[in-house]
Design a protein around this ligand. Structure first.
Ligand code: RIB
Ligand code: CA
Length: 329
């Protein structure tokens, strides 16, 4: 087998809390179930949930699946653009069991040992250089801060793969996708860092609507898979009520960049230039995607995921999760 691809996942994990997105957790589970990938570490960022809840969710998830070997570091700061009232609204509905004293101590030890997300990202690049791929599944705050703090070192990373942005319409406004909208300043730094960004935007991540029936099989397995199934269906119902959808469903969003890294044949990507709008009254957080660089002298430093083999993608995702985590309580 070819050498494993070393990845660092930066994420805003809601799984483990109610009334927030579970796709980061599913993406992390897929990464850890993929023999093509080696997860060098995880960093958390505020987004679906405040960064401290994200860190608590990661601590609990890794412990539950027996992967305490995966190092993680907590988010460095809230989004550079500042915590917006929309974000506070999103967080208001989140429910999560409070940390126990032992969990609080464990998180303290982890922060003391691994430093902040930016420290961890830069140390990982120092250690693995162009052997490391950064996978960003939430706002780009940590990556933007790392690139701004040590541009030379950051420039050694192999590639950046993100779930974020959109070449067409948004999901927090008519123009902006949530991850980019949370911190456009940081995103702008990342897209201008000189590293290729492979962008899995809403154009591709909303191609598949995941309805409860799709993951019903997880429930029969009991234990952790039943937890995952129930958390996902609970989130689907929450979404349909909050956003007035006709039926409960969700998107896999964050699982797609991870699946592409495991099997690039699942997707097509096209070359592009990307600008991030930071100031527009109606367009702040918008990714302005210039396919083929038509308006930038043909310059296409980045790539946009453009097509998906949906059946094969779902088979890989559902199959690997079922096979790997069946029997975990
Ligand atoms: O817009 C989709 C993105 O926002 C996903 O990363 C999801 O987890 C939420 O963070
Ligand atoms: Ca996310």
């Amino acid at each position: 087998m070819a050498e494993k691809l070393k990845i660092l996942i930066d994420t805003d994990p809601g799984l483990g809390a109610r009334n927030t997105d579970v796709d980061d957790g599913i993406a992390i589970l897929l990464a850890l179930a993929s023999p093509e990938l080696e997860v060098a570490g995880v960093t958390t960022v505020g987004g679906n949930v405040p960064r401290d809840i994200g860190s608590l969710n990661i601590l609990r998830l890794l412990r539950r699946i027996g992967r305490k070997d995966i190092p993680f570091a907590p988010g460095s700061a809230e989004p550079v653009g500042g915590v917006d009232t929309k974000l506070e609204d999103k967080w208001r509905g989140v429910e999560v069991p409070s940390p126990t004293e032992e969990e609080k101590e464990a998180l303290l030890r982890i922060k003391a040992g691994n430093g902040t997300a930016v420290d961890f990202i830069l140390r990982s690049i120092e250690a693995f250089g162009d052997g490391l791929t950064l996978v960003a599944l939430g706002p780009l705050t940590n990556l933007g801060l790392a690139a701004a703090q040590a541009p030379e070192l950051f420039g050694r990373v192999r590639q950046i793969v993100i779930m974020g942005g959109s070449a067409r319409s948004g999901n927090v406004s008519a123009t902006a996708e949530f991850n980019l909208w949370c911190d456009p300043e940081a995103a702008d730094v990342v897209f201008r860092s000189g590293i290729q960004v492979v962008m899995f935007g809403l154009d591709i991540t909303t191609r598949i609507e995941v309805v409860p029936q799709v993951i019903a099989g997880w429930s029969e397995a009991g234990g952790f898979l039943r937890f995952l199934q129930e958390a996902s269906v609970d989130y689907m119902h929450f979404r349909s009520q909050r956003y007035g959808r006709k039926h409960p469903f969700m998107y896999y969003h964050d699982a797609m960049p991870v699946a592409w890294l495991a099997d690039p044949l699942l997707f097509d990507t096209v070359p592009c230039w990307v600008d991030v709008e930071k100031t527009g009254r109606y367009t702040r957080g918008m990714t302005v995607v210039d396919q083929d660089g038509r308006f930038h002298g043909g310059s296409t430093p980045h790539r946009l995921a453009s097509e998906i083999r949906s059946e094969a993608f779902q088979e890989l995702l559902l199959g690997r999760i079922q096979d790997t985590y069946r029997g975990i309580d």
